[in-house]
Design a protein around this ligand. Structure first.
Ligand code: AMP
Length: 444
């Protein structure tokens, strides 16, 4: 199959050729004809499989072939993304695909001055990429009208629909024309979100190009059990031993990111960090420098877990496991992209066993453990498997007392290890609960 057989117009074919895209990926092969036919979509595909072109390329064609010229302060298509970095990246891809078309594209997001964005919107843009908060600001300040909108795309739709954005999304929905095309793209869809999305779409076509909730099989994954207090030391040890060149490291909290960056920089290691407390320009600069290999180790919170495309990234390290099991798939999806191989290593302490279990259950695999010499944990990480069970090591049987006084006497019954009921009730993956119109926005 070629892009030409999917019915794409010549300027798009030329752009794809310039980018070196020879054949459509599976998600593109299914999504492109469906979007061109005007269908609503709910598409689940692994990260790094070409989702962006899957929606952007046919969208550009529709906007070129159909509909009126864009009016002042308007947009004809809107792509919503959960993070600023992703908005910037998606916009860069859209602009590349649109290089031979007479269409305008632009990205708006928070953390930077709103005035240049307002100026830019004056003439209107055909495709606007946005994060939800800034989009609402622009709308409220009358810098943007959405009555000309033909198509809405939710990228990383599961994240967009979860609690953190529920209020903003509900607001945005009220601003949109009822008659429009809606496309949901995501690597993961929980059943609850699938149901909710089903209610928002009009006779949607469901595309599922790979098994649900499975990480790309090009990523070799393993776990190193370690005590919490020795994680940083282990990280530096593994880094030196493996001569790691470019590593994206995920930590749970903003403080955790700062502490690890400080420690690495203190050792003369070329590291930088990204998290929600940092100004947007600093975040983008750190990411750009990491992408161009000027920074060797980038430590981030889950703000960098979604969708970021870092060419040939060989390794992702989970310094801490994510609280939401699905984020594990997104994090490790930063490596092994576009058919390359990659490696994902998780440093896991005893406290994190339930998260490990939830990840194994979600991805339906038991992660290989590798014990690093001299870092064997004092607090053992209980065994886990893909069934979601945490297997506690049976306690050593107590020897019966043979003499001595008082109290209840153990009457000499030895407990065999098999009788010790080692299995805890099964543990479910932590689920994000989609709720609309409730609660304050979760800070990222
Ligand atoms: P995405 O999943 O959209 O972030 O894309 C992942 C990577 O695959 C990006 O670097 C794209 O430029 C690249 N890509 C997307 N589609 C194709 C294709 N058909 N052929 C080659 N590379 C592609």
């Amino acid at each position: 199959m070629t892009f030409a057989t999917l019915g794409l117009i010549e300027p798009l074919l030329r752009a794809l050729e310039t980018l070196g895209y020879q054949t459509p990926t599976p998600v593109q092969a299914q999504a492109i004809p469906a979007v061109l036919a005007g269908r609503d979509l709910m598409a689940a595909a692994q990260t790094g499989t070409g989702k962006t072109a899957g929606f952007a390329v046919p969208l550009l064609q529709l906007l070129t072939m159909e509909g009126p010229k864009v009016a002042a302060n308007s947009a004809r298509a809107l792509i919503l993304c959960p993070t600023r970095e992703l908005a910037e990246q998606v916009h860069a891809s859209v602009a590349e695909y649109a290089q031979n078309l007479p269409l305008t594209t632009y990205a708006v997001y928070g953390g930077v001055s709103i005035n240049p964005q307002m100026m830019k919107l004056r003439k209107g843009v055909d495709i606007l990429v946005a994060t939800p908060g800034r989009l609402i600001d622009l709308f409220r300040q009358n810098a943007l009208k959405l009555n000309q909108l033909q198509t809405l795309v939710l990228d990383e739709a599961d994240r967009m629909l979860d609690l953190g954005f529920s209020e903003e999304l509900a607001n945005i929905y009220r601003m949109l024309p009822k008659k429009r095309q809606t496309l949901l793209f995501s690597a993961t869809f929980s059943d609850e979100i699938r149901q909710l999305a089903g209610q928002m779409l009009n006779d949607p076509l469901t595309i599922e190009v790979s098994p649900r909730n499975v990480a790309a099989n090009t990523v070799k994954q393993w776990v190193v059990p370690v005590d919490k207090k020795r994680k940083a030391e282990l990280f530096v040890h593994l880094m030196r031993k493996g001569r790691w060149k470019q590593v994206l490291v995920f930590a749970k909290t903003r403080n955790g990111v700062d502490a690890l960056v400080d420690k690495l920089q203190g050792l003369g290691i070329n590291a930088d960090g990204i998290h929600g407390d940092k100004p947007q320009a600093t975040r983008q600069r750190a990411l750009d420098r990491f992408k161009s290999s000027d920074v060797q180790i980038l430590v981030a919170t889950d703000v960098a877990a979604r969708g970021l495309d870092i060419e040939d990234l060989p390794l992702v390290v989970n310094f801490d496991l994510p609280i939401v099991a699905e984020d594990y798939i997104h994090r490790i999806g930063r490596t092994g992209r576009a058919g390359n191989t990659g490696e994902a290593i998780s440093l896991v302490c005893a406290d994190e066993v339930n998260m490990l279990s939830a990840i194994e259950m979600l991805t339906r695999q038991t992660l290989t453990r590798h014990m690093e010499q001299d870092f064997e944990p004092e607090h053992r990480v209980p065994d886990t498997d893909a069934s979601g069970q945490v297997v506690k090591k049976p306690k050593k049987p107590k020897k019966p007392k043979t003499s001595g006084g008082g109290g209840k006497r153990n009457l000499g019954k030895w407990v065999e290890s098999g009788d010790a009921s080692p299995v805890e009730p099964s543990i479910k993956p932590v689920r994000k609960v989609p709720v609309f119109n409730t609660g304050p926005r979760k800070k990222k």
